[in-house]
Ligand binder design. Structure first.
Ligand SMILES: C[S@@+](CC[C@H](N)C(=O)[O-])C[C@H]1O[C@@H](n2cnc3c(N)ncnc32)[C@H](O)[C@@H]1O
Length: 200
């Protein structure tokens, strides 16, 4: 005999129990926070089947160099293998919404590749999960690292030198983040960690 527990509440605020499989038809405005919440959930789940707005779903499977390749793509693909199960056109709904949808599968990678991820602190970045449109901005110009008062602060300069040193060491100075593969991101993260720079 199977047992069913029903938990009523805001999925973003509710502490989720262990689960194996997630199947969800979600309001699209929680796509990013829910995805990151699921990917950071411990113990890890096995598989999630979720319907997303088409544009969001395309970002999840984008490849280096694609226009849609972004922070969301990298953070998600570091932890999960993602594929599109089926397209759900707007005309399947009455009244038709303005957007098309995709049902996507996220299968966690951790069992196969957990060791390589554990060597670095490649935790899913929660810092920009609100609106996935914002995830496009991956490139960081040198100027953005300057402090507002003209960059005179010694600590800031020291930090900047350290970051640039890491980029130089790994031959990343001229590389564009929008074209880096996951392996290259992990190499870079590993170099930052070795230099004592950790991200959470
Ligand atoms: C796209 S509808 C899907 C409804 C139903 N599950 C189905 O498949 O027909 C999304 C549902 O999620 C609910 N919802 C919205 N935000 C939520 C949140 N933060 N936590 C839990 N449920 C939420 C909405 O009230 C709505 O019923």
């Amino acid at each position: 005999m199977s047992e069913i527990s029903v938990i009523q509440g805001d999925v973003l605020k509710t502490e989720l129990p262990y689960f194996d499989i997630c199947v969800a038809n979600i309001p699209y405005q929680i796509s990013s926070p829910l995805t990151f919440k699921l990917l950071n959930h411990q113990p890890a789940f096995r598989c999630a089947i979720i319907m997303f707005q088409r544009e969001f779903a395309m970002r999840l499977v984008a490849q280096p160099g694609d226009k849609l390749y972004c922070r969301l793509t990298v953070n998600t693909q570091l932890h999960a293998r993602i594929s599109h199960l089926l397209k759900v056109g707007r005309n399947n709904f009455r009244p038709p919404p303005k957007v098309d949808s995709f049902v996507a599968v996220q299968a966690l990678k951790l069992s196969q590749e957990g060791d390589s991820l554990n060597e670095t602190n490649a935790k899913v970045d929660f810092s920009d999960f609100g609106d996935f449109d914002d995830d496009q901005g991956m490139e960081v110009d040198d100027d953005e690292m300057d402090v507002e008062d003209g960059g005179a602060d010694e600590v800031q300069n020291e930090f900047k030198e350290k970051v640039l040193g890491v980029l130089k060491e790994g031959d990343f100075e001229e590389k564009r983040s929008s074209k880096l593969t996951l392996e290259k991101f992990l190499d870079l993260l590993s170099l930052f960690n070795k230099a004592g720079l950790h991200f959470s």
